[in-house]
Design a protein around this ligand. Structure first.
Ligand code: R5P
Length: 301
């Protein structure tokens, strides 16, 4: 097996290679002055099983183009198989037409991925459980929930409640509740203005158990941070002192790190599915790695 990395999350690719007792294989990514990229696979991959690591968070389009070109380079160089580890799959939230006239971006992306002859995709915590069904190639859908459950246990599950910040996350919250021995869960009800993106967390769905001291909000991603912050505010208003956030994908756009740091949330746990640059690191942030889990999946084959 040979493992390659695009430029979107080399630290994760290196960790993964390490777990597999491999070195990253060399690849040339040349950027022309106009921003176009030329990809060259610098090692023989003839009849090799190859793995490419390339999450597609910001810069989303650039990361996708790189992924397509590397996959094409691998195929043309004779790779036997190409497994693409896309820990975070960009454009997955636009998975259907929300308002007349909209494109279904996820479907376009899936078609493009399949057109470059990828054999398999490994990804973490899709926005919806139905995402793999859009692909006609095998997709392994892994989850950071077991990692989160471990940290939640360490913080303490007594007088605690799990919270889905919106109704879309109910499946996720039920799974983690089960991992933690069926501890109570609730949801906050979110409304997002599709035109402006403004978030309103309206009320709590379900019963907040009496004497709840601590809440763990669990979500798939944080972008502006608004969902977590507004959900935490509502929990505080309802008498919950300590609120922790657990999100798989640290998309962190706009001022999210600053807003999360200044919020009432005690600690924000994320994973390394997306590379977090130094300027987006803040003191309340804790990063858990998905490298070992990914390595286990790859070594099973
Ligand atoms: C949306 O339904 C997702 O599950 C997340 O809740 C959302 O993408 C978070 O976005 P933001 O951080 O901008 O509120």
């Amino acid at each position: 097996m040979k493992i390659f990395s695009g430029s979107s999350n080399k630290p994760l690719a290196e960790k993964l290679a390490n777990h597999l007792n491999l070195q990253l294989s060399p690849i040339e990514i040349f950027v022309f002055p106009d921003g176009e990229r030329r990809i060259r696979i610098e090692t023989s991959v003839i009849e090799e099983d190859t793995v490419l690591v390339q999450p597609t968070a910001s810069p989303v389009d650039q990361n996708y183009m790189e992924l397509f070109f590397i996959a094409d380079g691998l195929k043309r160089s004779g790779a036997k198989s190409i497994t693409v580890v896309i820990p975070y799959l960009g454009y997955q939230r636009q998975d259907h037409v929300f308002r007349d006239g909209e494109a279904v971006s996820l479907e376009v992306i899936v078609n493009a991925l399949q057109s470059v002859k990828i054999d398999k995709v490994i990804a973490f915590d899709f926005h919806t459980v139905k995402t793999p069904e859009i692909f006609s190639i095998p997709v392994t859908h892994l989850s950071a929930l077991p990692l989160f459950a471990k940290s939640i246990r360490e913080i303490g599950i007594e007088n605690s409640v799990l919270v889905s910040p919106d109704m879309g996350g109910l499946r996720r919250i039920k799974i983690i509740s089960e991992i933690l021995g069926n501890i109570p869960w609730i949801a906050t009800v979110k409304d997002r203005d599709l035109a402006t993106g403004a978030i309103e967390i309206k009320n709590i769905e379900g019963e907040l158990p009496a004497n709840t001291k601590r809440a763990f909000i669990v979500d798939d991603m944080a972008s502006s941070g608004g969902t977590l912050i507004e959900s935490a505010k509502l929990l505080n208003k309802n008498g919950v002192d300590e609120v922790y956030a657990f999100v798989t994908h640290a998309i962190f756009s706009e001022n999210a790190p600053k807003l999360l740091e200044e919020s009432s949330i005690k600690k924000v746990f994320v994973t390394d599915t997306v590379f977090i640059p130094k300027e987006k690191v803040f003191s309340k942030l804790e990063v858990l790695s998905v490298a070992e889990m990914t390595a286990n999946e790859l070594s099973e084959k």
